[in-house]
Design a protein. Structure first.
Length: 135
């Protein structure tokens, strides 16, 4: 059992959490119809949190040397608590348009608070667009 191997011990079991909420609505703008648009579009709003360690601790025996050579080598118990300081939240607004295998396009705006689950991290904003055409 890894939890009691001597080199590694689980002091508190790791507990993780993640969520994603999405609302979508079919929406094809009327201004596309004069261009011969025969596809369909979907508008979506997303709120999510990527995987995050909520609680837990792991201890391990780490090699420590006070000088060169094996005589000064000892092992000390070290404890690692991987719980981050912040909680990343993503809010996205996107639109996707599909016209069979011939044409597709998307646009997305994304706002990320506390990126990387780091408290006091600067928020990030991302805008993406893409177009795919086949002959």
């Amino acid at each position: 059992q890894l939890g009691q191997s001597g080199w590694l011990s689980v002091d508190r079991p790791l507990r993780t959490g993640a969520y994603a909420l999405q609302v979508s609505r079919a929406l094809t703008p009327s201004w596309l119809r004069p261009f011969g648009a025969s596809g369909s579009g979907v508008m979506s709003l997303n709120v999510s949190q990527p995987l995050r360690v909520e609680d837990g601790a792991v201890s391990f025996m780490a090699p420590v040397a006070t000088s060169h050579g094996r005589r000064s080598l000892t092992f000390e118990r070290r404890t690692f608590e991987p719980t981050p300081s912040g909680r990343e939240t993503r809010i996205g607004l996107g639109y996707r348009y599909f016209a069979s295998d011939v044409f597709s396009a998307f646009g997305e705006l994304l706002y990320v608070s506390e990126p990387g689950h780091v408290a006091d991290a600067e928020p990030q904003s991302v805008a993406r667009i893409g177009i795919r055409m086949r002959r």
